[in-house]
Design a protein around this ligand. Structure first.
Ligand code: UDP
Length: 238
């Protein structure tokens, strides 16, 4: 029999860009399907999964406000972008036969459920994948912070941050071939060295609640399931 997973309940955080493939914008359905397949692999093992997806592939509040738009208004638009990504991922997962629910921090009853913590818990217990949309529902926050908040609310064992590299390095491995990957690194070191894992408020929130952040590559097939069982290459911030 296979050993028990190290992380039986996790929140997977994806940036919006993870869904756009080689396009410069929006959703690339084959890429969304490929990520959905990774989620399915983990789900088949009985891992309880929540998802938070960013919106940077569609709209970023900060960029729009730098160009003159009111910041709070732009942030609300960014949150709406995350709802589109959530619906796209829901569609891909349902296409693979996985039961899902989208819960939005900004109520949008016609397309998804509102965020209700106890209801989301129940969905997880029933084996549904819950996708949390619209970030925290507040401007001036990010989906990294939303992911950390929801992971704690849902008693997740860790945040899984899916990226294009297999962990955190002491310098950019795409530029420096001798860059060293950390197996483990502290929250404070991530903050002090300004390593780009998640934004600083999300790291601090995770630190204050000792929620591990696991950074791994979404590019390698099957990597997420391996990491859930403690195998393969990844970095734990903890
Ligand atoms: N956003 C927000 N509050 C939140 C989460 C997100 O205002 O709680 C807005 C913000 O404008 C942000 C946009 O939604 O730029 C998209 O989210 P994010 O930048 O976190 O997406 P990612 O970089 O992960 O794709």
């Amino acid at each position: 029999a296979e050993s028990a997973p190290v992380y039986p309940r996790v929140l997977l955080k994806l940036s919006g860009e993870a869904l756009m493939g080689d396009q410069g914008f929006g959703l690339h359905p084959p890429t969304v399907n490929r990520i959905a397949l990774e989620v399915k692999r983990a789900h088949e093992r009985g891992i309880e999964l929540c998802l938070v997806i960013g919106g940077g592939n569609i709209f970023r509040g900060l960029s729009a406000s730098a160009q003159g738009m009111d910041r709070a208004q732009a942030d609300y638009m960014g949150m709406l972008a995350t709802v589109m990504n959530a619906l796209g991922m829901q569609s891909a997962l349902e296409g693979l036969g996985i039961h899902t629910r989208v819960q939005s921090a900004i109520p949008m009853d016609t397309v998804c459920e509102p965020y209700i913590r106890r209801r989301a818990m129940r969905h997880l217990e029933k084996g549904r994948v819950v996708i949390f949309a619209a970030g925290t529902g507040n401007p001036y926050f990010t989906t990294d912070t939303a992911a950390t908040l929801r992971a704690m609310e849902m008693s997740c064992n860790a945040i899984f941050k899916g990226t294009s590299v297999d962990g955190i390095y002491d310098s950019d491995p795409k530029l420096n071939p001798s860059a060293q990957r950390y197996d483990r690194i502290s929250y404070d070191e991530v903050l002090a060295r300004n390593l780009k894992v998640m934004d600083a408020s999300a790291i601090a929130l995770a630190r204050d609640n000792t929620l591990p952040i696991v950074v791994f590559s979404l590019r390698q097939e099957g990597a997420m399931t391996d990491v859930l069982y403690g195998r393969g290459r990844f970095t734990v911030v903890g």
